[in-house]
Design a protein around this ligand. Structure first.
Ligand code: NOJ
Length: 509
């Protein structure tokens, strides 16, 4: 297990929207290099970079045309290597986004696979045996290539699924077992991509749709086996490299598949959703001040996963990512401060999505860009200053419009505002680095009164108290001590804590 993960705080950068240095309206790698000190100033010591590979951008780069080539709009392979080097000088690690489940339909492998003549890549993707065979349980593209067969897609129509085989074989005429040499070759090709970037200085990967590899693999047994093989390769050849799964099933991702981390993110009904998003636009979320949330439901779900996985890897809380509406769509400013106090004091390895630290707004009504659809509103340019395009770019045609509202938050105006989300985010991240008790995993005890929202948790000598409600409350507690940090006001006396509306307190006992 790479030791650095114990104190890692990640910053997710969506490269097209971060910082444009060449005036073409699209963020670039040099822009990220120029902003490394900013990232460091947040307290983040690791970056997850969304795909930067050559792509036709039908899905914002999750449709890869060449895994080993940086998209010209972001720069060159040398620029990326330069980013690794500059980041490392500042103590920042960089994870690239690995997209192992599918490629773009413009990828050379697919161009070969869809040819009528059999060739080396015929089995790299999943084709049925005839253009007339299209079992409805599969997402297939039908009758659109010279090869007599239909092919499976993983996500959008432009993203044919790579062939890692099938676990339950229902159509033996075209489904290969996952140990077929051609399926093993797909996994080897992906390891080759990983080695290529690790050799250039990447520190690991965020793995897109990590659970999607082997089809008809209900329990993900064969899929996990592939990842265990990848983990063995990393342990042997790159022991400092880390992988975080987009799996959202920590027992499977961490314990079975060998991922170092798994995202705890928005899957209908899970604990993440219960905390931050559920109901109609968050009106049943724990952090909504209306008190309709349910701490117990979160606790039941999370604690079970935490106990089972804490010795093997980390559950990663995130402020948001590029696939979901920003927190500002669900919660008010005070609630968002509490959410950040929560995310950065919980066990695991936390992730901050670019722009969330200044409370960027979800831009609801934008026309979809590069397959974003509703996600487009969370992918708008980073807001740096009051300058042109809020400091993102000198171009007259930026990648997406910037927030046009008069009160658009920017790094410039938030850094200087004592009451800003930025202040809370940087404060709580600094506390995480300062106290060993707040890092990584460890003992974790959660307290809540049945059916009531105020809750607290203890990590070592620190106890964190949360009152997300829009009114003052009193909560019983056996703990008291020095208040290390607070949002709002808390008073401890006689086995109770009185907390003002929407408040947080961290005490050292
Ligand atoms: C999950 C990624 O986060 C998302 O942005 C992408 O569209 C799909 N996987 C498909 O690769």
């Amino acid at each position: 297990m790479p030791q650095w993960l114990n104190d890692a705080v990640f910053y997710e950068i969506y490269p097209q929207s971060f910082y444009d240095t060449n005036g073409d309206g699209i963020g670039d790698i040099n822009g990220i290099i120029q902003k490394l000190d900013y990232v460091k100033g947040l307290g983040c010591n690791a970056i997850w970079l969304n795909p930067i590979y050559d792509s036709p951008f039908m899905d914002a780069g999750y449709d890869v045309r060449n895994y080993k080539q940086v998209a010209p709009r972001y720069g060159t392979n040398d620029d990326l290597e330069n980013l690794f080097n500059e980041a490392h000088k500042k103590g920042i690690k960089i994870l690239l986004d690995l997209v192992p489940g599918h490629t773009s339909d413009t990828h050379p492998w697919f161009q070969e696979a869809k040819k009528a003549e059999k060739n080396e890549y015929s089995n790299r993707y999943v084709f049925t045996n005839s253009a007339w065979e299209a079992p409805p349980q599969y997402r297939l593209m039908c009758g659109i290539c010279e090869r007599d067969g239909n092919y499976l897609v993983n996500f959008f129509s432009s993203q044919p699924a790579l062939n890692y085989g099938f676990y339950d074989i229902t159509h033996p005429d075209w489904q290969l077992p996952s140990n077929h040499p051609d399926c093993l070759a797909t996994a080897e090709a992906m390891k080759d991509v990983m080695r290529f970037w690790l050799d250039k200085g990447a520190d690991g990967f965020r793995v897109d749709m990590a659970d999607s590899l082997v089809k008809n693999d209900e329990e993900k047994i064969a899929t996990a086996k592939i990842w265990r093989g990848v983990r063995e390769m990393l342990d042997r050849e790159y022991p400092e490299a880390a992988m975080v799964a987009e799996w959202c099933h920590p027992e499977r991702a961490i314990n079975n598949a060998g991922f170092h981390m798994d995202f705890y993110l928005d899957h209908a009904g899970n604990g993440y959703n219960l905390l931050f998003r559920c109901g109609s636009w968050g009106d049943e979320a724990v952090f909504n001040p209306n008190g309709r949330g349910n701490v117990k439901a979160f606790a039941d779900e999370y604690l079970a996963s935490y106990e089972l996985t804490k010795d093997n890897g980390y559950i990663s809380f995130m402020t948001n990512n590029h696939d979901m509406p920003r927190p500002t769509a669900y919660l008010d400013k005070q609630a968002i401060k509490l959410v950040n106090a929560f995310i950065f004091t919980m066990p695991g390895v936390p992730f901050l999505y670019y722009g969330d630290e200044i409370g960027m707004k979800y831009q609801k009504d934008l026309v979809s860009k590069e397959g974003g659809f509703h996600r487009t509103g969370s992918r708008t340019p980073m807001q740096w200053s009051s300058g042109k395009n809020l400091g993102f770019s000198e171009s007259d045609t930026p990648y997406l419009p910037t927030d046009a509202s008069a009160d658009a938050p920017t790094v410039e105006n938030q850094q200087n505002a004592p009451d800003s989300i930025y202040r809370t985010v940087t404060d709580v991240i600094a506390l995480r680095h300062r106290y060993d008790d707040l890092k990584g995993n460890g003992d974790f005890e959660l307290f809540y009164e049945e059916g009531s929202i105020p809750f607290a948790y203890k990590r070592g000598k620190l106890v964190m108290f949360f009152n997300p409600l829009g009114r003052e409350i009193e909560m019983n507690t056996e703990y008291s001590g020095r208040i290390v940090y607070e949002i709002g006001k808390s008073e401890f006396s006689d086995g109770k804590v009185k907390m003002s509306a929407q408040s947080f307190a961290m005490i050292e006992i």
